[in-house]
Design a protein around this ligand. Structure first.
Ligand code: ADP
Length: 251
């Protein structure tokens, strides 16, 4: 069972002027098995920093981060705001590059590529180059690439913020289907309360900087969900209200 345990995490950055900027302040939470956890917070509160710390791309200034157990090394994959595909490689070659990087045996590559491109509806585009695909399709490829290495945890940093809203809606719905099918832990960062409430089975609301966890809430709205569902909209507004109340209290 893959768990992420974040305990008493602080993060300070040293700035150009020599002062330090405290971004995270005593952040603590855990994921459950196959969680779809959305981390919701205002821009600049430290959400990307937190993901980088989970991915061990950055060190916390204090506190502890545990991903998986000591006995079973945990694979973590990142999906970023932009697709970050290699332009000079085809869709297949982009995925192969990731599979190679993670040491997946070559005789499994074809099956993985087929399976995951089919999941995102791009099986007919395997030999295309990224530039011939729309932004939304490129983001689908980057999701397939992350899924194809079959990581225990997928970290997603506002992955739909650079595509148009209609495409984003389709991608969100696809992502929920894939998550239900694949049973992986997803940690998804967003500043959009409706997006978080639509996707997650649990939402963490982060405060303004220095950021800590204000609220943790299970979302038990039935799936498939609709972003127009009054219950969902009301809950999302409650999250926004939490943020505004805390911001008001500190300014
Ligand atoms: P979010 O993802 O919530 O928008 P970030 O984690 O990207 O927030 O950034 C939080 C704050 O930390 C911002 O003020 C940002 O400028 C600052 N920051 C992020 N990375 C660095 C860094 N490497 N050095 C200095 N400051 C940084």
């Amino acid at each position: 069972m893959t768990k992420i345990e974040i305990d008493s995490v602080d993060k300070q950055y040293r700035q150009m002027d020599g002062n330090s900027l405290q971004v995270l302040d005593d952040v603590r939470f855990e994921t459950d098995e196959n969680d779809f956890l959305c981390i919701l917070g205002p821009s600049g509160c430290g959400k990307s920093t937190l993901l980088n710390i989970i991915a061990q791309l950055e060190e916390p200034s204090a506190g502890s981060v545990a991903v998986g157990s000591e006995n079973s090394p945990t694979d973590v994959c990142f999906v970023f705001q932009e697709p970050r595909l290699l332009d000079w490689r085809t869709v297949r070659q982009n995925i192969e590059f990731a599979l190679d990087g993670k040491g997946v045996p070559k005789d499994e590559w074809n099956e993985r590529i087929e399976t995951y491109l089919e999941l995102v509806g791009l099986e007919d585009f395997v030999d295309e180059y990224p530039r011939s695909l729309s932004g939304g399709m490129q983001q689908r490829v980057s999701i397939a690439r992350a899924m194809a290495v079959e990581p225990d945890v997928i970290l997603m940093d506002e992955p739909f913020s650079s595509v148009d809203e209609i495409t984003a809606r389709n991608l969100r719905s696809d992502l929920v289907d894939i998550w239900k099918d694949q049973e992986r832990t997803i940690v998804f960062v967003t500043h959009d309360a409706i997006e978080a409430t639509y996707l997650a089975n649990r939402v963490l609301v982060m405060s303004h900087r220095p950021s800590s966890v204000l609220v943790q809430e299970e979302i038990d709205i039935d799936r498939p969900r609709s972003i127009d569902d009054p219950e969902l909209v009301e809950l999302a507004e409650e999250f926004v209200g939490q943020l505004e109340t805390r911001a008001g209290a500190t300014t």
